[in-house]
Ligand binder design. Structure first.
Ligand code: NAD
Length: 414
């Protein structure tokens, strides 16, 4: 049978397995197997050349039994309805794993912001908010940045929502610039969370971070901050990559130099002649491998060739189910995406809390609170994995889905 590369259906399979292990009946899976609400919108934009282009956007709300839903908005040409559904389910799991009072959501617009002017991107951001305005809000569903969206886009979206609402609504969206109610530490939060997971996993495998050999696929928001945190922790980052290729130096790369030279889309390898491929990068001899780029990178094709002791998924969905099985059988410790990349939504939650109370925390306070959330989450998932003798992904799904399942049960939905 062909390997399942569909993120939505492969997520459903693990959710069903997790619910079975937790002792829920089929009715609970029927409820949680897809979003409660899925909105498709069409957004007309007058482009710079005067012609009107109509963009398609989505907002998926997986489940709001626990509280308002939460999840990013991506602007990308390959956005699909299935992808939105899967990502909204992962947000439910992430919020459950780090114990936030939210359910999961996700949004997206099919577009290529790299081919659009700032003026067109602003119109699209505002148009998207107008289109979904009745569906979202600070106590209903709270958007955030994701692939190819950033704090400027969040600022336009917040402004548009506040104009419609007729009062300032900073809690409508997170990932805002600091002056508009953004949180300290939000831009680094995902990489901070991944770093905590890498360090905890290293302890479990008896690896000293000082001198540990680390390979990171992707040098964007998540990958580049992570490379910096790893090298600051004394690890040797021996490989990094972007969409165009990879760099390898067994003695360790000069991360500060690479950070200085990378562009805003996370590209740096094009400046070098001596590069290797992303495929070769993943198979490098190392202690810790962090896929921080795109989905379906470790599959049944290359899982046998991975030489890392620990794989920590910073990207969403980089390892297929079959590859997860192969890595686990080979004794490689796999820390799954829904746990490892939950730092971003955690600090987004902190931003929303600060907006609601109108009182703002220092970066140290944010980091301390994030550290506690991530450590508790890691230990919780690791304990379920060892006591039940299951892989960390299934354990994370069990921990993540439980809160929403229980809230749905108490509300009498199932
Ligand atoms: P980004 O767009 O800032 O960077 C992506 C990086 O991946 C770039 O260096 C790009 O060149 C590289 N890349 C793109 N296509 C590639 C390919 N085919 N092969 C190898 N490299 C490729 O994105 P990001 O925000 O760093 O996110 C990376 C991953 O982490 C995504 O899966 C995202 O969903 C996940 N994630 C990010 C956050 C966050 O807060 N940034 C939070 C949770 C999960």
């Amino acid at each position: 049978m062909a390997e399942n590369l569909n993120l939505f259906t492969s997520t459903q399979v693990v959710i069903q397995e997790a619910l079975n292990k937790l002792g829920y009946d089929e009715g609970m899976f029927e409820l949680l197997k897809e979003p409660l609400r899925m909105l498709e919108v069409r957004i007309p934009i007058k482009m710079d050349d005067g012609l009107v282009k109509v963009f398609t956007g989505y907002r998926a709300q997986h489940n709001d039994a626990v509280g308002p839903t939460k999840g990013g908005v991506r602007f990308h040409p390959q956005v699909t309805e299935d992808e939105m559904k899967a990502l909204s389910m992962w947000m439910t799991l992430k919020c459950g794993i780090v114990d936030l009072p939210y359910g999961g959501a996700k949004g997206g617009v099919i577009c290529d912001p790299r081919q659009m002017s700032m003026n067109e991107i602003e119109k699209l951001s505002r148009g998207y908010v107008r289109a979904i305005s009745q569906f979202v809000g600070p106590t209903k569903d709270i958007p955030a940045p994701d692939v190819f969206t950033n704090s400027q886009i969040m600022a336009w979206m917040m402004d548009e929502y506040s104009r419609m609402d007729e009062f300032n609504s900073p809690g409508f969206i997170t990932g805002k610039p600091i002056v508009l109610g953004g949180s300290q530490g939000r831009d680094r939060a995902t990489a901070q969370g991944v770093t905590i997971c890498v360090e905890e996993a290293a302890k479990k495998r008896g690896i000293d971070m000082k001198g540990a050999r680390v390979v990171i696929q992707g040098f964007g928001n998540a990958g580049s901050f992570l490379a910096k945190f790893m090298s600051d922790a004394g690890a040797k980052v021996i490989g990094i990559s972007d969409a165009y290729g990879a760099l390898h130096d067994p003695n360790g790369l000069d991360i500060d130099y690479l950070l200085d030279r990378r562009d805003s889309f996370g590209t740096v390898t094009t400046l070098f002649e001596n590069t290797i491929s992303n495929k070769e990068l993943l198979e490098l001899d190392c202690d810790i491998l962090v896929p921080a780029a795109i989905e379906n990178q470790i599959t049944s094709e290359n899982a046998h060739k991975i030489r890392a002791t620990i794989v920590v998924e910073a990207a969403n969905g980089p390892t297929t189910s079959e590859a997860t099985k192969i890595l686990t059988e080979r004794g490689i410790l796999l820390v799954p995406d829904v746990l490892a990349s939950a730092g971003g939504v955690t600090v987004s939650y902190f931003e929303w809390v600060q907006n609601n109370q109108g009182y703002y925390w220092t970066e140290e306070e944010v980091n301390e609170k994030l550290y506690k959330k991530m450590i508790d989450a890691f230990e919780n998932v690791f304990t379920v994995s060892t006591t039940r003798n299951i892989d960390m992904r299934l354990a994370a799904y069990m921990v993540g889905v439980r809160k929403t399942a229980e809230a749905s049960r108490f509300r009498g939905w199932v």
